[in-house]
Design a protein around this ligand. Structure first.
Ligand code: NAD
Ligand code: UDX
Length: 455
């Protein structure tokens, strides 16, 4: 069958895989190929044991795989074949040299651009899907268009706003799709080609067009605003614990104001995930580089509050449990950075686990999807950690349960049974405020929650 267009995505991770699966499923006239340097990942995408857990992802992949969705390690051949190339490689925080700990490490982006130019024999549109510092498109254009083959590349920015755990819903029914380009004739023509692909399932009014720099910077700004909302409510949770106010009641009261909105106001042990911290650090670095010191300090505060929230939680556990955790068994309920994912990147549970180990606690970690990643993250500390998918097993003879992830499963457990199997006094620290605290206190637990005090 002849396809109208050939799309290639370089990078088959949490973004590349689901994004391309939805484009393929919604656009049967387009051939979509996803490549990666990681052979194991590509092999997994070709089976029903996908490399990531994401609700409904398998069904979407199965719908298109082998028809117009293909996974491959043949990068060069597929580059040459493609009309549109999405770049969806990782852009972690730089760990060395200038900007270490803040700036974005752009080595994977640059090497991808160099592979594109080396393998191309025709003009192409290159789409930034990865989250990138503002002005990256200019660097990509320089690398790509500085060629002796007479080829012309248009660089577009099309940031991805999916959240893990709800990726398929976010992709099928996006709040918006943002496409930025150069405002030249060829830039606008390239932008239109991408608009046409999204029009296969996204209503026209949800597709926002802008210049390429606005698009790049909108992505960093969106993540900074979302994370800021969490840090704001988390900062208030500390005040609640000192005053008798209840942070849940405050979220409800302020969230009823349309201008504030009721989403992202769940006080917690802190935000995790691969994006928020990395993207805010990148924003801070960009502002510092441009001499905008006050702006940088403002956004850095969001990360500082997040770190404060994590460390406050451990201190509270320690203080409640008679200032010693040495030799005590603590069951961590959840290790993923949020529910409905097995991803543990930047999970607050990791930081909390490490601090509890410093206090010489023995940990028992349970999670429905994240145990394989948790084992890798904590492989240097296995002597003091047990892993189990069974929460009842995790809590058996424990001194405390600490809820790290808001899995629905934890709301439905038999807490009387858990209590009966634990050492007394039995402590329960609800780091996500998902449990019925009154019921737990009636059972006999010594309960502590975020932004609430029960004294
Ligand atoms: P990931 O680490 O899951 O996937 C990136 C993939 O790129 C890896 O499989 C890696 O092997 C591959 N890769 C790296 N260099 C390559 C090369 N030269 N050629 C071929 N493949 C290469 O990362 P991710 O979570 O999918 O994130 C990708 C980008 O999307 C990042 O910039 C991230 O900030 C952004 N983003 C992520 C999310 C999210 O929820 N994870 C959401 C929105 C945006
Ligand atoms: C985020 C953005 O939401 C998404 O648009 C972007 O594309 C990638 O980064 P993600 O990190 O997958 O998505 O999940 P998100 O739902 O934003 O949660 C991030 C963290 O904040 C999680 O640890 C979550 O538990 C925490 N969180 C979220 C809270 O603590 N309180 C809240 O009210 C909401």
């Amino acid at each position: 069958m002849g396809f109208e267009k050939k799309i290639l995505c370089i990078g088959a991770g949490y973004v590349g895989g689901p994004t391309m699966a939805v484009i393929a499923a919604k656009s049967p006239q387009v051939k979509v190929t996803v490549v990666d340097i990681n052979e194991e990942k590509i092999k997994a995408w070709q089976t029903d044991q996908l490399p990531i857990y994401e609700p409904d992802l398998l069904a979407v992949v199965q719908k298109a795989r082998g028809k117009n969705l293909f996974f491959s390690t043949e990068i060069e051949k597929n580059i040459n074949d493609a009309d549109i190339i999405f770049v969806s490689v990782n852009t972690p925080t730089k760990t060395f040299g200038e900007g270490a700990g803040k700036a974005s490490d752009l080595q994977y982006i640059e090497s991808t651009a160099r592979s594109i130019i080396a393998a191309s024999n025709s003009n192409k549109i290159v789409v930034e899907k990865s989250t990138l510092p503002v002005k990256t498109a200019s660097a990509l254009e320089k690398i790509l268009n500085n060629n002796d083959k007479g080829l012309k590349f248009e660089v577009l920015s099309n940031p991805e706003f999916l959240a893990e755990g709800s990726a398929i819903r976010n992709l099928e029914f996006p709040d918006r799709v943002l496409i930025g380009s150069r405002e030249t004739e060829s830039g606008i023509n390239a932008r239109q080609q991408l608009v046409d692909i999204y029009l296969n399932w996204v209503p026209r009014e949800k597709i926002i067009e802008s210049n390429v720099w606005s698009s790049e910077l909108s992505k960093l700004t969106a993540n900074a605003f979302l994370a800021q909302k969490i840090s704001s409510i988390n900062s208030i949770s500390a005040l609640c614990e000192k005053t008798g106010a209840d942070v849940g009641e405050i979220s409800k009261a302020i969230g009823a104001d349309n201008r504030i909105g009721n989403k992202f106001l769940n006080a917690s042990i802190g935000f995790g995930g691969s994006c928020f911290k990395k993207d805010i650090l990148n924003l801070v670095y960009i502002c510092e580089s441009l001499g905008l010191i006050e702006v940088a300090a403002y956004w850095e505060g969001v990360i500082k509050i997040n770190e404060y929230q994590e460390s406050r939680f451990v201190k509270r556990m320690l203080a409640s449990m008679f200032n010693t955790l040495a030799g005590k068994k603590i069951a961590l309920f959840g290790f993923a950075f949020k529910a409905n994912t097995g991803d543990t990147r930047e999970t607050p549970a990791y930081y909390i686990a490490r601090q509890l180990l410093v206090e010489r606690a023995n940990l028992s970690i349970t999670d429905p999807k994240a145990i394989p990643n948790a084992k890798i993250d904590l492989m240097d500390f296995v002597d003091n950690i047990k892993f189990t998918e069974d929460p009842y097993e995790a809590a058996k003879e424990a001194d405390a349960i600490a809820v790290m992830t808001e899995w629905d499963l934890y709301k439905t457990l038999d807490y009387q049974k858990l209590f009966d199997s634990m050492r007394k006094p039995a402590f329960l620290f609800d780091g996500r405020n998902i449990l019925d605290h009154n019921e737990l206190m009636n059972i006999g637990f010594d309960v502590h929650a975020i932004g609430k005090s029960f004294d």
